[in-house]
Design a protein around this ligand. Structure first.
Ligand code: NDP
Length: 322
């Protein structure tokens, strides 16, 4: 029987995950099909119950359901529990287990971005949604001592900080209001900047912050899977930058191994991602893809050279577009 794995989100039509996972199943001769299930919040519980049937290996969960799905599974892994967000579901018989593979995906990207330098201890995070939760937990467990979270709606950043109160007890985790002067002051004191907002994902070529606020020598990671205005501004300021491709690849690879018990074919998955992107898909997980990117080479600071699977995946300050 052909096994099924589904991506549950709303919307999901533009997801890159389908191309990546189907290529991996096919390459390893695994008789499985990856399907996109567009389910609004009201249809989520029923979709999750359906997964208990034998034909399903598991699922991915994406925007806007990552937090809502938490009480619908039978067990959570440590990372899912700690972040309060689930992006991958596996089966234990009929029981459903919730995982968060965005956390290991982020950590691979962070390690690659930092390279041979000593791991920094201070970071600024823009955004407080499901992606930001994985980022903040990744920073806490990587030994960061000061992390400041800015969010358009401050209460959401405050809720995130409260959520991590226990795991961040040994360090300083703060929510701050979204004012340019405060962001500028914090950026001047930090080493790492992570964009976990969805600003830059759509057609508008927007950045969450003005380029003038960005000091040189920052390490800048944008979770969005394209060469965003933020990354271009940061590179022009002399920063080292990376987009969300590597994180996307490695959260997918971790999910693949959980479903199949097999090592993920990273090179094949990376190639499938590049091909899907050159065909016009640019959203990380299933959000509206916006304008079609027609030139694969113009999109990302990190995707060339097998950025994900083999190359360093990092664009140094003032590096030419690759
Ligand atoms: P959520 O919907 O949970 O959160 C969206 C975030 O963006 C919130 O912090 C929201 O702020 C902020 N935001 C949206 N619009 C604006 C705006 N106009 N100005 C300022 N802030 C804004 O999404 P996720 O956290 O799941 O995803 C966020 C981004 O990260 C997406 O682009 C997604 O593609 C990417 N991502 C990439 C991954 C990867 O593997 N590369 C993995 C996970 C996410 P507010 O709360 O105030 O509305």
């Amino acid at each position: 029987m052909t096994k099924r794995v589904v991506l549950i989100g709303h919307p999901v039509a533009h997801s890159l995950s389908g191309a990546m996972h189907q290529a991996a199943f096919d390459a390893l001769g695994i008789d499985a099909r990856y399907e996109l299930w567009d389910r609004p919040p009201i249809g989520l519980a029923e979709a999750i119950e359906t997964l208990r049937s034998d034909e399903f290996l598991g699922a991915n969960v994406t925007i806007p359901h990552k937090e809502r799905v938490v009480p619908m599974v039978d067990r959570l892994t440590e990372e899912a529990q700690a972040t309060g967000a689930v992006n991958t579901i596996t089966k234990d018989g009929r029981r459903l287990v919730g995982h968060n593979t965005d956390v290991p995906g982020f950590k691979v990207a962070l390690d690659r971005l930092v390279g041979r330098q000593k791991m920094p201890r201070q970071a600024v995070v823009l955004g407080a949604g499901g992606g930001a939760r994985a980022v903040v937990y990744g920073l806490i467990t990587a030994g960061f001592q000061r992390v400041v979270v800015f969010n358009r709606h401050l209460h959401r950043a405050e809720a995130l900080v409260r959520h991590f109160a226990r795991s961040a007890a040994h360090m300083e985790l703060r929510a701050m209001p979204w004012h340019e002067s405060i962001i500028e002051a914090e950026l001047a004191k930090t080493k790492v900047l992570v964009n976990a907002t969805s600003v830059g994902l759509g057609d508008e070529d927007e950045s969450p912050i003005p380029g003038e606020l960005i000091p040189p020598d920052l390490l800048v990671l944008d979770l969005i899977y394209s060469r965003t205005k933020l990354l271009r501004d940061a590179e022009a300021a002399g920063c080292t930058v990376m987009d969300g491709e590597l994180m996307l690849l490695h959260q997918g690879a971790a999910a693949f191994s959980l479903w199949t018990g097999r090592e993920a074919p990273l090179e094949i998955m990376a190639a499938a991602l590049r091909e899907a992107r050159s065909a016009g898909l640019r959203s990380a997980e299933g959000e509206p893809a916006g304008t079609v990117a027609t030139d694969a080479g113009a999109g990302s600071g990190s995707s060339e050279g097998g950025g994900a699977a083999g190359g360093d995946g990092v664009a140094g300050g003032k590096a030419p577009d690759r």
